[in-house]
Structures are given as C-alpha cells and as structure tokens.
Design a protein around this ligand. Structure first.
Ligand code: SF4
Length: 709
C-alpha cells in the first residue's frame, strides 16, 4: 500500500474476513477497522502470522518413488502431465478430476472450474463447500431464487429487535461478530438460540431452545404452527410477496406444540415464547448455520426456517430477514464461480444452453466442448478408482481425509487412485497420500479477492514475498494447462483472472461485472450483484422483489423425517460434530499454529454428567467413540451444556481422534450434503485423566518426511 508501512489485507480463515494490517519486516499484524470486524480479531486471526515462516512449510514439490521425496517443479509437473494424459487416453476425460476448496480465492475457484472444463474437459470437479453450505444454498435458491449467505450487512444484526440463531455459534466461530449481537442486546433486542448444546452463544441468549439432534425441522414447523394460530402470520406480505403459503399452512397443521415437544424435547411453553418474541418484534431475523443444515434433511430443515421467516413477513424488510452464516473464508465466493459440479461462473448452470454459450464465449471455446454436470463431492470421492470413476485426482485447498465423512472409506478410495496430486502449504493428512505434492502460497503471499458472509467482495493483498520454491495455484493451473496444450486460454495474473471472472459472471445471478480491484480498495469492498461500473452494489437484497421469475418468494412444504441413523442397543448415543474457537476446518493450519495448539492441545468430547455416569467416565478421562464406520479417542469433558442423549466432538483432528471417522455419509437428496451432525455411537472409557491420547496421526502414513505439526 503506497505511502504506508503496512498492507491492508484479511484474515486467512473464516467468512467474516476480518481486516488485518500486516507489516512484513519483521512480520507483525494488527486488526484493521474494517466493517466486518471493526478492530476485532479472534485468536485465529491474531496468530495467523505464525504460519509465515513455519518450519513445517512445504518449500519444494514432493514426488513419490517408494516414498515422497523433494523434486524440481519440472519433474513434478512432468509427472502430473504424464499421469493426466495417460489416464485420459485410456479411460476418457472424466477419469481425471479436481477437488477444490471454500478457502480458495475467487480467482482460484474460478480458474479451477475453468481448468477442469477447458484444459481437462472433465465433468469431474467439485469442492469441500459441498460439505458446508450446500443445503442452505439449495433452500435459498428454492425460496428466493438466489443464494447469498446474508442478504444484508452484518451491521444490520445490531439493529434488529429479535434474532433467532439456529445451529449457529458465532461467539466461538467468529467472535468479532459478537459486537453486532452485543449492540443489538444493548438496543433492547431479544435473542433466541436453537442448539442442542449450551454454546457460548446460547448461554448469552434470552431464550435457549435445546432440541434433540435432527429435530430442528419439527421445531420450525411447530413454531410456524403456533405463529399462524396466534395470528402472527403477515397476511398482506404473504399475499403480495409470496406464493405457496396455503400448502405450507396445511403441512404445519399437524405440528401441535405438544406433539413437537414429544419429537424435539423443547417444552411447549418455550415454543410459544419463541413465537411471541418473533411475532411481536418490530423487526426480526432468522439465521441458520451448520447445526441446522448438515443433516440428511438439511435442505428441508433450512426451508422450514425460511417458511417461518416468510410467514412472518421478514425477508426484504428493514433490519429483518433470513440468512445463513457461511463458514469457510471464501465459502460465499467459492460457491459462485464454477468449482461446483453443476455450475459455471456467476451462479450460471452448466445444464443451461444459454449459460453455457455465454461462458464459452468469454472463454473463447465452443459451448459444445464444455462437459456436462458431474458428481457432487462425496459421490466423486466415493467412486475414486472405480469403473467410470476418477483415477487421477488434483486437490487444491482441501484436506478431505479429515473433512469428509466416513474417513476410512474416503481414505481407502484415495488409495485406489492411479495418481493423486495435492497442492497445499503443509503436508496435510491428504497430502501424505499423494503421488505429487505441490507447495503453494499462503494468504499473505498472494493477491486475490474473497467474498464475505454478507456478500461483500474484498481484496486479499500480498504483503510478504513467497519463499523460493513456492508457486501460487493460478500459476500451477496455467502451467499445467500449457502442458496439456490449452495454455492459450489461461492467464496466471490474479487481476486479469478477476476481470475475466467479471465478464463471465455478467448477467448472472452473482454478477460481479461492476466490481473492480480499484472499487474494492475505494469502497471497503463491494456487495454483489453489481452489474456495472456505475452500480452501487447491493448490500440489501429482496427489498422490492425476489430473484424468482415472478419476483415472489416461494413457500415449500416440508416434513420432519427421522435422522438416517437412530441410536439403538449397540450404538445408544447421538454424536454431533462441530468447531472450537481455536481451530479452523481440518486444522491443517491452526493445528500447526503454536499458540493455538498450546491453547487446545487435544480434541475433547463433551458428555452430559448423566451420560458420563452411565459409562463410568470422569472429566478428563479418555473415551472411545465408536460408530458403524469407525472409532476415535477423545479427552472427555463432562458438562451439562450438552443434552444427556448427545455427545459432541470437534472435527478438526485426524488420525486416531478423527470425528469424521465416525460420521455418516448419507446425503441430503437435494444438496448432496452429508449428515455430519448426526450419527449413532457407543461410548467406552479407555483411559484416565493422566493417560495420554494416542498420537493423532493417520493410521498408515506413508512418508518418512518430518512434519513438525
Ligand atoms: Fe475474524 Fe474469522 Fe479470522 Fe477470527 S477466524 S479473525 S473471526 S476472519
């Protein structure tokens, strides 16, 4: 940044994208007064610079002979090119696949989707955001015709009179956002939290509803039932701005509060209290997150809360509405620009001839050359190495060995691949399995854009020179495209990639056409849609009309279904998984950050005192959780902050403490989201408070490289 001794950039982690000022020599960071964080940072942001210069950083490509060994870029890229060409010659274009990530910049996500379709000509591309945002996205598209996490700026949360958070714990996952909650409380707002755990956010709520895991949909329908019965439905809004209400009214008629209490465990009087809080508030917001969404019926559960918001007349009203809290750093932009299996940039659809024609014209290719839609993330992983499945996989910005459900199944599939390529900054649990590992740049070493939870496009700015031997993903993809004879379609310069993304998105739902790097600098980010240079951007959506063909939001009737896996004699408890304040996603970065690792050195499982007593477990003991798919060992935390029928474990660790070794890969039929939040487990005490946890390492790591994780 000219004239200053610091560079203004953003935290590498979650979708709040807190502003950071970074000094490079010596490296130091301070929080910026950016609209999303207003000078606040959480522990992850404060310690982000500890990864710059980390001794475990990958600084050279690695290739596998019998083991992974250092190699030149030429050798690494030669091997990848040869593997791609041999596989496609023998098995066809779809035998090579790409797996992306919700932390990649918009430019990388865009170029990865283009690389798959134009350089590889494969339909096999998807990303880990399928594990994160897909249910909310499908529900929002169904109801509003558009999916943007928050359709209003974060600051509006401070101005609403009533806030209902469903399966969201922003005090732990994005603490600087708490200022907006606190300001709302100071303004007299009432906060309701729906969560099976008494999280930090739930503990500060005025009303905490604690439903059994997997019953949120019944609770939402029950709240709507009471709201209609007590006259809180906004008839004028329903008539003018929506369609389909009669079917929803009929569908919730059977959700009597006493029946809903039996299904969810939430007392009837508390359901009525929630209804009156929302119904009598001058403005109100309902915000969901992964707790409601990561289920085999996550789309319908999200839809039930959208139905509630619509019936109360909230979406599009001042300081009101429905939203979802995106998780990953670019969870919003990462799902807009083409790394999803069925999608082209700007939320265009790969199956739509007009969308294909537009994007093909920007890319300079024949639309007929573009492949069709492919399989979703878990489906692609589950068919690796099989007849018709992917045989050569390129992974960018993702660690599916830790983040995908049913870890052992995914690991086994990865090991059947003919060739695995992983681009990462550390030797992650997935990189350990690779045939070639490519060392990539990290946040402070690269330029690009990300899109925040509120739909604000922000700049990531390079503040530090990358180490010698490291290349950014744009350069890798462009180089590989060149080796595959498609280099003329690619450019590694982030600004030029973004300008092409703008053109590709023009006229689409997520229209970035009017957003330039210069505007982002001047305006502290720009909200999409922004179709032209003179358009102000769109901080608040749906104020006049929804993005559906008739401009009206759509009610969709939805019914409670039991979770795919219910507790039984062999697996009598419910496991739900989630995040901790000090860790981020698969932990590739945060488990290697010394300050964070010292703060939470071990993965802990939370058990209610009644449950702990039943299994003879004391606080600090080691417990083995076992499901039909696998097992993991955790340090027990005995707390009455979790339901007596439920155990909670964080998913950030791999190896012998992998929560995802247990989780159920059953998929939501619409979003293809796995049911991370609910599976049946048994509990066994396997050690005391002084016994060490088994080393957290993958069961069959196959490298002898030192990784000082
Ligand atoms: Fe902000 Fe999220 Fe980074 Fe924490 S992890 S500093 S909340 S962007």
């Amino acid at each position: 940044m000219p004239g200053t001794d610091h560079v203004a950039t953003h935290c590498p982690y979650c979708s709040l994208q807190c502003g950071i000022r970074l000094v490079s020599d010596p490296v130091d960071l301070t929080p910026d007064d950016f609209p999303t964080n207003r000078g606040g940072l959480c522990a992850k942001g404060w310690t982000a610079a500890e990864l710059l210069g980390h001794p475990g950083r990958l600084l050279t490509p690695l290739v596998r002979t019998d083991r992974l060994r250092p190699a030149s870029w030429t050798e690494a890229l030669d091997r990848i090119t040869a593997a791609i060409q041999a596989s496609q010659r023998r098995y066809g274009p779809d035998s090579v696949g790409c797996f992306g990530g919700g932390g990649l910049t918009n430019e990388k996500a865009y170029l990865l989707g283009k690389f798959a379709r134009v350089a590889l000509r494969t339909s096999a591309v998807d990303y880990n955001g399928r594990f994160c945002m897909s249910s909310a996205a499908v529900a929002a598209n169904r109801a509003f015709g558009m999916d943007r996490g928050l359709p209003f700026p974060l600051a509006d949360i401070a101005e609403t009179s009533a806030l209902m958070l469903v399966g969201a714990n922003p005090l732990a996952t994005m603490p600087p956002a708490a200022r907006y909650l606190d300001a709302g409380k100071a303004n007299g707002a009432t906060h309701i939290v729906i969560d099976p755990r008494t999280t930090a956010t739930a503990a500060r709520a005025d009303l905490h509803l604690q439903p059994a895991v997997g019953t949120d949909l019944a609770l939402a329908n029950g709240i709507l039932h009471v709201a209609i019965r007590e006259g809180y439905a906004d008839d004028g809004y329903i008539t003018e701005r929506t369609t389909g209400f009669d079917a929803v009214r009929a569908s919730v008629a059977g959700y009597w509060p006493d029946r809903v209490e039996r299904i969810t465990g939430v007392p009837e009087h508390r359901i009525k209290q929630a209804v009156r809080t929302l119904g009598e508030a001058g403005s109100a917001m309902i915000i969901t997150a992964r707790g409601a969404e990561q289920h085999g019926n996550g789309t319908d559960t999200t839809q039930a809360f959208i139905n509630l918001a619509l019936a109360l007349g909230l979406p599009g009203r001042p300081m009101s509405g429905y939203g979802t809290m995106t998780g990953q750093g670019n969870g919003q932009g990462g799902r807009e620009h083409g790394q999803k299996a069925d999608q082209l940039p700007g939320y265009r659809r790969l199956a739509d001839p007009a969308d294909r024609a537009h994007v093909a014209s920007v890319w300079g290719v024949d639309p007929a050359e573009l492949p069709g839609p492919g399989l979703s993330a878990f489906e692609m992983l589950d068919r690796l190495g099989t007849e018709g499945g992917v045989r050569v996989l390129l992974v960018f910005g993702s660690n599916p060995v830790v983040s995908a459900p049913d870890r052992d199944r995914v690991l086994n599939r990865l090991r059947t691949l003919d060739f695995l390529v992983v681009s990462d900054i550390f030797l992650s649990e997935t990189a350990v399995e690779a045939d070639v590992v490519l060392p990539t740049t990290q946040w402070a070493e690269e330029d690009g854009t990300l899109t925040t939870v509120e739909g604000r496009v922000v700049r990531r700015r390079r503040a530090v020179t990358p180490p010698l031997g490291v290349r950014d993903d744009l350069a890798m993809l462009t180089e590989l495209a060149g080796r595959l004879g498609r280099g003329r379609f690619f450019d590694a310069d982030p600004r030029r990639v973004f300008d092409e993304l703008r053109r590709a998105s023009a006229g689409g739902i997520a229209d970035y056409n009017g957003i330039s790097y210069e505007r982002i600098d001047r305006e502290q980010g720009v909200f999409w849609p922004c179709p032209s240079n003179d358009h102000p951007g769109t901080p608040r959506l749906f104020t006049e009309r929804f993005a559906t063909p008739d401009g009206r939001a759509r009610f969709v009737p939805v019914e409670q279904r039991d979770p795919a896996e219910a507790p039984d004699r062999d697996y009598p408890c419910v496991l739900t998984t989630g995040r901790t304040m000090q860790q981020y996603q698969s932990g590739t970065q945060t488990r290697r950050t010394p300050t964070l690792a010292a703060a939470v050195p071990e993965p802990c499982a939370e058990l209610h005192p009644d449950l702990a007593r039943r299994y003879g477990v004391a606080d600090g003991d080691l417990v083995e959780l076992r499901s039909r798919r696998g097992r993991g060992v955790f340090r027990a935390v005995v707390t009455d902050g979790v339901r007596p029928d439920t155990v909670f474990a964080p998913f950030h660790w791999g190896g012998s403490s992998s929560a995802n070794a247990l989780t159920n890969p059953v998929l939501d039929p619409l979003s293809r989201m796995p049911a991370f939040k609910s599976c049946a487990v048994s509990i066994t005490r396997v050690g005391g408070a002084t016994d060490p946890l088994p080393a957290v390492a993958e069961p069959a790591g196959n490298t002898d490289l030192e990784d000082p994780c």
